[in-house]
Design a protein around this ligand. Structure first.
Ligand code: SF4
Length: 354
């Protein structure tokens, strides 16, 4: 099975590999950037970001020399902003320690910010040809179907077991193509729903195909429903400028800019939440006025509905009690500051309303 599986897979990959800009790229830097961007994000979403990123920061040294705001701005809209900050920090460490190059040793890669076992194995195999197996959601699905693997695949134990299996199937010296072939097969043929078995190169070896179990595998243990938060934000104005706050580096949307506000507590109205939040965050007591709009966004682990209100502070001076910095900026300047999805929607509404 081992040799036959990888042989069929690699033959199929020679003809059917997806054409992606980081493939066949001589620079391991491009492989690293693409792997970080692809974490939790679809290939189609990543493509324009990757192209723009490589123009803005064509090398590890260029990325290391950029400032964090430029890096976050280039990442704006991709989500999981800690990935961008980690890329930036890792580039600075590589500039210091490795002369601006990626180390090929997975144990050294693992010591860099933002690089876990999956990414280290992907970089080591794809960029440096080392025999490391990669297991992502696509690979898990293909292996579970081919091998009739019945345990839930979304557990750390299954992840470990499937990595060992993937490693045992790996053809020596061809790990880069083998890993990418498995990922491509999962993404384009062995899809979650209605896999295209008639186009699959490994039907002769696939237990799920033979037993008509494609739709039952892989088994996934149920995830709890994600919570929904109601949030408010304040538009504070001063002479044609609005107030934005810089979030601290750690945590969700770290390093991004936002309109001040926060989550409602149980039983609170929007206005009461806004008064409390601005007292806590800015040390001011505000009057809440007309509503600017309602904004919705789904993050991986929760959903948010945000109501934004024009708010006045009667000449009180806001202080950065929780933010790392506050700025009064004109509506035209808002676009220069990196923001998450909802704050960008608010800033564009403000600009449209003038
Ligand atoms: Fe997936 Fe069907 Fe191929 Fe099996 S035969 S690996 S179920 S596409």
């Amino acid at each position: 099975m081992n040799d036959e599986f990888s042989r069929l897979l690699l033959e199929w990959y020679k003809i059917n590999a997806r054409s992606l800009p980081w493939r066949g790229h001589p620079d391991p830097y491009a492989v690293w950037v693409s792997e970080i961007m692809l974490q939790q994000t679809r290939v189609e979403t990543v493509l324009p970001y990757f192209q723009r990123w490589m123009l803005l920061f064509p090398s590890i040294s260029a990325l290391a020399a950029a400032n964090e705001q430029e890096v976050l701005k280039a990442w704006e809209g991709l989500g999981y902003y800690s990935r961008a900050r980690s890329l930036h920090k890792a580039a600075q460490l590589m500039a210091e320690r490795y002369g601006g190059s990626l180390p090929s040793d997975p144990t050294l890669l693992l010591k860099l910010p933002g690089i876990g076992p999956y990414t280290a194995a992907a970089i080591a195999s794809i960029a440096f040809g080392l025999d490391e197996a990669v297991v992502d959601g696509n690979v898990k699905r293909v292996l579970a179907r081919v091998l009739d693997y019945r345990a839930p695949v979304n557990t750390p134990a299954a992840e470990k077991e499937l990595r060992t299996i993937a490693r045992s199937l790996l053809p020596e010296g061809k790990a880069g193509d083998y890993n990418q072939a498995l990922m491509d097969l999962g993404a384009t043929v062995c899809t979650p729903r209605s896999p295209a078995c008639s186009r699959c190169p490994v039907t002769s070896l696939c237990a799920a195909f033979q037993d008509h179990l494609q739709e039952q595998l892989p088994v996934v243990s149920e995830k709890p429903a994600i919570p929904h938060y109601r949030v408010t934000a304040a538009i504070l104005r001063r002479g044609g400028r609005v107030l934005i706050a810089h979030r601290p580096d750690n945590g969700l949307l770290g390093g991004m800019w936002e309109f001040p506000g926060g989550k409602l507590e149980p039983g609170e109205t929007d206005a009461a939440a806004l008064v409390r939040e601005l007292q806590e965050e800015l040390g001011i007591t505000v009057t809440v006025g007309e509503q600017l709009g309602t904004y919705r966004h789904v993050y991986t682990h929760f959903r948010v509905t945000l109501h934004a209100y024009y708010t006045s502070a009667d000449g009180q001076e806001p202080q950065a009690l929780e933010a790392s910095e506050l700025r009064w900026v004109s509506l035209d300047e808002l676009e220069d500051f990196p923001m998450g999805k909802i704050d960008r929607m608010i800033s564009r509404d403000l600009l449209a309303k003038g």
